[in-house]
Design a protein around this ligand. Structure first.
Ligand SMILES: N[C@@H](CCC(=O)N[C@@H](CS)C(=O)NCC(=O)O)C(=O)O
Length: 222
C-alpha cells in the first residue's frame, strides 16, 4: 500500500495539479477529500495554512502545490516532468511562477470581488495574461507543440490545466470572454484534455458553476 496520501478538494485547482503529478508519475496514493466549508477538527495539524493540497509521504508532510510538485519530481524522477537542461528548467519555473503570481492571482481578485464596477479592469488584466502566455510562452517555447515546452509534457502543463477547466465560472459570473485568436493555447488545451490523468481529475463546467453560485450567494448574505 502506498505511503503517500494527498489531502485534496475536488474543486481546488492547486490540489488538481498535484494529483496530476502523482497520476502522471504513476505513484500510488490515497486521496483524502476535505470539505473546505467544514474542515475536520484536526486539519490544522495536517495543514499548517489550513489549505489543500497537503502531501503526506511516510512521516513527512509537504504543502504548497508548486513545492509538492517539485518534491514529487525529485522523489519520483521517472518519468521526468522537468527538462534536463538548466535554462529550460528555469523557463519551466518562470511559467509556473507566472501561473501563481499572475494568472491565478488575477483570477482570485476577480472572483472574490463582489464590486462589479471593478470587474472590467480585472477582466482586461486576465485577457492580457492569456495573450502574454500565447505569445511569450507557447509560441516562443514550443511553436509546434503539443505541450507548453515542446514535445514532452511537464509540470508547467499540469500547473495550468486546472485554470482552463474553471473558465466557465469567469464567463458566467464575471463577464469574461476568452480572447479570440489564441490558437496555440487552444491546441494545447485540446491535447491536455485528452490525457488519461486529466480524465481522472476533471470536473464538468456545471460542477464549478454550481459551487460558485453557492459561494456568490453566501458572500452576498454576509
Ligand atoms: N498556494 C497554495 C494555494 C492553495 C489554496 O488556496 N487552496 C484553497 C482551495 S483551492 C484552500 O484550501 N482554501 C481553504 C482556506 O483558505 O480556508 C497552493 O498552491 O497549494
Amino acid at each position: 500500500m502506498a505511503d503517500i496520501e494527498i489531502y485534496s478538494a475536488m474543486l481546488c485547482p492547486f490540489a488538481q495539479r498535484s494529483r496530476l503529478a502523482l497520476l502522471e508519475k504513476e505513484v500510488p496514493f490515497k486521496l483524502i477529500e476535505i470539505d473546505l466549508r467544514n474542515k475536520p477538527a484536526n486539519f490544522a495539524e495536517i495543514s499548517p495554512y489550513g489549505k489543500v493540497p497537503v502531501l503526506k509521504h511516510g512521516d513527512h508532510r509537504v504543502w504548497e502545490s508548486a513545492i509538492i510538485n517539485e518534491y514529487l519530481e525529485e522523489a519520483f524522477p521517472d518519468p521526468p516532468l522537468l527538462p534536463k537542461d538548466p535554462i529550460q528548467r528555469a523557463q519551466a519555473r518562470i511559467w509556473i511562477n507566472f501561473a501563481d503570481t499572475r494568472l491565478f492571482a488575477t483570477t482570485g481578485k476577480l472572483l472574490y470581488s463582489q464590486d462589479s464596477t471593478s470587474h472590467p479592469e480585472i477582466v482586461k488584466e486576465l485577457a492580457d495574461h492569456l495573450q502574454f502566455i500565447e505569445q511569450e510562452g507557447l509560441q516562443k517555447l514550443s511553436a509546434q507543440g503539443p505541450y507548453w515546452l515542446g514535445a514532452d509534457m511537464s509540470l508547467v502543463d499540469l500547473t495550468y490545466y486546472p485554470w482552463f477547466e474553471q473558465v466557465a465560472v469567469l464567463e458566467q459570473f464575471r463577464g469574461f470572454q476568452f480572447p479570440p485568436g489564441l490558437d496555440r493555447l487552444q491546441q494545447w488545451w485540446e491535447r491536455m484534455a485528452n490525457r488519461e490523468s486529466v480524465g481522472t481529475i476533471a470536473n464538468p463546467p456545471a460542477f464549478y458553476l454550481e459551487r460558485y453560485a453557492q459561494y456568490a450567494q453566501a458572500a452576498k448574505l454576509k
